[in-house]
Every structure is written in C-alpha cells, then in structure tokens.
Write a protein that binds this ligand. Structure first.
Ligand code: TRP
Length: 359
C-alpha cells in the first residue's frame, strides 16, 4: 500500500477533510465543548484537532493555557484565508490564552532562501500589522523572530536528539537538512512557552501544518526531562481562491489578499466562480447553488456574521431570487467595506509595530 504524506512545504491540497481526519488520527471538533464559539467554529469550518478537551477544560476552569501561531515572511502579501487562523487566535486570546506570534524567518531562510533582513522588513511592515489589524491585542500578544529568540533556538538544539531520521521519513516522507532544521525549530516554537510554566497550549493550523504538530507531540512526549504537556492543535478548513481552487499556494490565480485595493476586489469578484446558471433567465427559473459558490464561501467564513442573514441570502439564491450579478455587487460592497476598515487598522498597527521593533 502506498503511504500518503502531507508535505507542509508544497501546496497541494486535500479535497476530502473527512478522509484526512481518519487517515492522520485527528479528532473531530465538537463545538459544544467550547464556550462562546465564533463563526468558523459554529459553521463547521473548524473541523478537527488534537487534544482539544485539555483546552476547553482550561477555558471553562479558567486555568492557564497558551495559543501560538507563526508567520511565514515569504510573500509581501497576506492571503485572505490567514484571517481564519487569526480568528482562532483571537478567540483563544479572548478566552484567556497567553498569546504568541512568531516570525518564522529562520524557516523562510532555510527552506525558501529568504534573506533574514528582507524577512524582518516584510514582517514588520506587512505581516505583523495584518495580524494585529485582524484583532489580536498588541499589548497581550508576544511577538518574536525565530532568529532573535535564544530560548527557542537553544531548546531546538536540546530537542534535536529526541527525533530520528526514520521518524522523519514516516511523518514527512523525506528528510532534507533544511527541513529538519526548520521543523525542529518549529517544535521548539510550539513548546517554548512551557519552559517557564507547564501548561496546555493550542496551535490553530491548516491541515498542511499537521505533520509539525505530530512531530511536536512525539518529541514533547520523549523529552521527559522537560515534562511538557503535549501541545494541542485545532484544524481550520482552507478558504478557496475565488476561482474555486483549493490550493493554498500564495501565487494561485484569483486569490484575495488582505491589502487588496478596491479595484482589485472588483476585478477578482467579477471573475469569481459562482453556483449560478448560465443565464439570468435560467437562474430565475432553476435557482442557484450556494454550496458551490465561492462568494457564499466568503460570506460563510468571513463576511456575514449574522446566521439569519446568511440563511436568508442562501435561500433566496437557491430560489433564484438573487442573481449572480446582484450577489457579486453585494460581495464587492462587503469586501470593500471590510478592507477599508482593515486598511485603517493596519496603518495604526504599523505605527505600534515600528515602535515595538524600532524600525
Ligand atoms: N511552518 C509555518 C508555516 O509554514 C510557520 C511556523 C513556524 C509556525 N513556527 C510555527 C506555525 C509554530 C505555527 C506554530 O506557515
């Protein structure tokens, strides 16, 4: 039997989330376990995880835990889908998590040949302000660069003797030195908040990062000296590009980015894959399919928060009361409104961030 792997460094995407859950031993996500769930949790976009009970217990019992995520400072654009991960970070932060956001500049250098100075600049000017503009509280979030965090680097070296090449082959399918360096460092990122205090931690991820979570849990279990609590993860579905492709590649065709201009939004929405019929007349008669419509995907994941409003729009679309042209106009309006607000917040966050890092 051919063994299948998820390769975190390429961009091919799973089509079937149920299969993934089974194949990689994830657990389904039970929204009932979590107080005050956000839209992504309520609507099934958060679909799985590892050791989630530990985290929901911490929330309910007001015990300390942490949430952590990483920024890959490779492109100078942030994919709209990143919002899902940050929505989860914001959720956990609001439920009392200590929050960490790191810039994976060493990973970017090792696996993509990115210059460290360049990485620093894009992270400070674009990525970190984006994360703050999406709702993370600057005062409560600990940001760091992998290249500047001695605790993390030292931990990575100490933990490296807890992994084997065979394990790499089993988890990743191969073992390039750059990938070994980057993944051990990520394990150290994920575990380092526990150096000071043992506590559960949660890492919201797209399924592409699950191999790193598996490695982190394996290593954490073996590094007895540290007594780590095994880290938890929560898996969020990807946001498809507007043309319906599930690839998460940053260079993918019709993807929306967080600082896109009004003009770009208009152009991209106009070309979106819809669930509509070939002609307006046909659509009035037969109705459209909101499940196959990429604009509805944006509504469900990010743009329409009110459940009743969403349901009504889906029904109207299904009945042919809403045509694609109207729906595109509406999506454009919502997106432009979102982006205008986002750009304002980004600008403000940028000032904070340059003070924080002295640039
Ligand atoms: N590997 C992650 C990516 O490609 C970046 C990253 C580094 C990360 N360390 C992390 C993500 C720790 C989550 C937790 O995007």
């Amino acid at each position: 039997m051919k063994k299948e792997f998820i390769d975190p460094w390429t961009s091919s995407m799973p089509e079937d989330y149920k299969q993934i859950v089974k194949k990689f031993g994830l657990r389904g996500f039970d929204v009932g376990d979590f107080p005050r769930p956000n839209v992504l949790m309520r609507r099934g976009f958060v679909f799985a995880g590892r050791d989630l009970k530990k985290i929901s217990d911490c929330i309910k019992q007001k015990k300390p835990f942490y949430a952590l995520t990483g920024i890959m400072p490779t492109a100078d654009k942030v994919h709209f889908g990143t919002k899902s991960i940050i929505d989860m970070m914001v959720y956990f932060q609001k439920q009392g998590a200590e929050t960490y956001v790191l810039v994976a500049d060493l990973e970017a250098a090792a696996t993509r040949g990115v210059d460290l100075k360049e990485a620093r600049k894009t992270a400070i000017e674009i990525h970190i302000p984006c994360y703050i503009a999406l709702g993370l509280d600057v005062k409560k979030t600990k940001f760091y660069f992998q290249s500047e965090n001695d605790d993390v680097r030292n931990l990575a070296f100490e933990l490296s003797n807890k992994a084997t090449l065979n394990e790499y082959r089993a988890i990743y399918g191969n073992a390039e030195p750059s990938r070994i360096m980057a993944s051990i460092l990520q394990v150290a990122d994920i575990l380092h908040p526990q150096i000071k205090k043992k506590m559960p931690g949660i890492v919201p991820v797209g399924i592409d990062q699950d191999p790193h979570i598996r490695l982190s849990r394996d290593i954490a279990g073996r590094a007895k000296k540290f007594g780590f609590v095994l880290p938890s993860s929560v898996n969020v579905k990807f946001l498809p590009s507007l043309n319906g492709s599930l690839k998460m590649s940053k260079s993918e065709g019709n993807s929306l980015y967080l600082l896109d201009s009004d003009e770009e939004i208009k152009k991209k929405v106009s070309k979106a894959l819809t669930g509509g019929q070939k002609t307006a007349k046909e659509q009035e008669e037969k109705g459209g399919n909101p499940e196959k419509d990429m604009l509805f995907e944006f509504f469900r994941q990010h743009l329409i928060i009110d459940d009743k409003e969403l349901k009504k729009r889906e029904e109207d679309y299904r009945k042919g009361k809403i045509l694609d042209s109207e729906n595109k106009e509406f999506a454009t309006k919502l997106l432009i409104r979102f982006m205008r607000d986002f750009r304002k917040k980004h600008k403000k966050a940028k000032k904070h961030v340059s003070k924080l890092f002295g640039n």
